[in-house]
Design a protein around this ligand. Structure first.
Ligand code: NAD
Ligand code: WQD
Length: 344
């Protein structure tokens, strides 16, 4: 029996694949490389030295996805595949609604046909929109403020409806806060294409000299130092949370929603100074206008995941920065360097 990982070549999927293999699970990965690189798949094998199956395919290709279910005995699915850039989703909402929602529908229809009723889904803290209070509990009101976030909110509703219609489903909806960091080996990590949108890859590219300086979006938020506060979580802690969620749905039917975060908020300036200590590099920065759509403060109440999944995010912010730095130094151009090396 195998666990199917959709989007397993991506940032969180590749780390989860490693943790699953290390924990002795059999895995099958599917990915269309729309936001990832074949090198990630190769490195999952190198890190773990364990065999697994990979298919390059688009989840929306119903026929090919169905072949995977016909060929392998799939026990559960961890569904990471999807588009995730907030800004792009505002420019190209139809692409986001189509890809994220349609691919999930195709997947769930095939799962139902093959009687695979266990699913772990990657949702996001972005579904909370602008929270009324922090820490944010799972029953806080939802109100995603961009098309990307709305795809996550809509998929959550689809999964809830599906489980209501058929009690065989066991579904874990995981709302991630801000994943950062990389595997200790420095072999896999976040590989953004072009100029990064998110804070941590931006800081690490400034530190390595690829970008000149960081723009700090807003210095007048009602926070400890005026800059935005977020709940940064180590990607390996996050990956391990998926194994706990998987264990839970092996025992239990119905839908459960969990926040995966650390429960601690850190400001942009705190992130800069920690990264400076971890890397020994200075991070030049300048204050800029607030970024449209940003909120002041966002961090998780993690009690439900602590209690029901027996999981907590244990890696601290220094370790997150050190691991990001190791990955960045070893792979200054991410996986794209591999193509350059091959071409020369
Ligand atoms: P990622 O882009 O690195 O990984 C997603 C993977 O899915 C990529 O490898 C991509 O090639 C693949 N993919 C996309 N569309 C596909 C399709 N139609 N068919 C097959 N493969 C497809 O993103 P990530 O950071 O690893 O995020 C994984 C999931 O977690 C996403 O659903 C994302 O929305 C969600 N999430 C991410 C964050 C974050 O900050 N990284 C936060 C909250 C939620
Ligand atoms: C963090 C803080 C910025 C970049 C996003 C998505 C969310 C989720 C996680 C998928 C904020 C500040 C950032 C920069 C800065 N992804 N910042 N200069 O916005 O909390 O969440 O990623 O689900 O949906 O919206 O993360 O890393 O972009 O920003 O000052 O160049 O860093 O203003 O305060 P965010 P982020």
């Amino acid at each position: 029996m195998a666990i199917l990982i959709t989007g397993g070549a991506g940032y969180i999927g590749s780390h989860t694949a490693v943790e699953l293999l290390e924990a002795g699970y059999e895995i099958v990965i599917v990915d269309n490389f729309s936001n990832s690189h074949p090198e990630a798949i190769k490195r999952i094998g190198e890190i773990t030295n364990k065999p697994f199956i990979f298919y390059e395919l688009d989840l929306m290709d119903q026929e090919r996805l169905e072949e995977v279910f016909a060929r392998h005995s799939i026990e559960a699915v961890i569904h990471f595949a999807g588009l995730k850039a907030v800004g792009e989703s505002v420019q190209l909402p139809l692409k986001y609604y189509h890809t994220n929602i349609y691919s999930t529908l195709v997947l769930c229809e095939i799962m139902k046909k093959y009687e695979v009723f266990k699913l772990v889904f990657s949702s996001s803290a972005t579904v909370y929109g602008c929270p009324e209070t922090v820490p944010i509990t799972e029953d806080s009101s939802l109100g995603a403020s961009n098309p990307y976030g709305r795809t996550k909110q809509m998929i959550e509703e689809i999964l809830q409806d599906m489980a209501l219609s058929d009690p065989q489903w066991g579904i874990s909806i995981l709302r991630y806060f801000n994943p950062i960091g990389a595997h200790k080996s420095g072999r896999i990590g976040e590989n953004p294409s072009g100029i990064p949108n998110n804070l941590m890859p931006y800081i690490s590219q400034v530190a390595v000299g690829k970008l000149e300086r960081l723009n700090v979006f807003g210095c007048d938020y009602p926070t400890v130092d005026g800059t935005g506060v977020r709940d940064y979580i180590h990607v390996v802690d996050l990956a391990q949370g998926h194994i706990k969620a998987l264990e839970r749905i092996m025992q239990r039917k119905g839908v459960d929603v969990y926040n995966l975060g650390t429960g601690k908020g850190l400001s942009v300036l705190e992130m800069i100074s920690t990264f400076e200590s971890a890397s020994g590099r200075r991070i030049p920065y300048a204050f800029a206008e607030r970024r449209s759509g940003d909120i002041a403060v966002c961090y998780a109440d993690t009690l439900k995941a602590n209690r029901e999944l027996n999981w907590s995010a244990d890696r601290g912010i220094m370790e997150m920065c050190e691991d990001t730095w190791r990955w960045q130094c070893a792979n200054p151009n991410g996986y794209s360097e591999i193509e350059l090396e091959k071409a020369n």
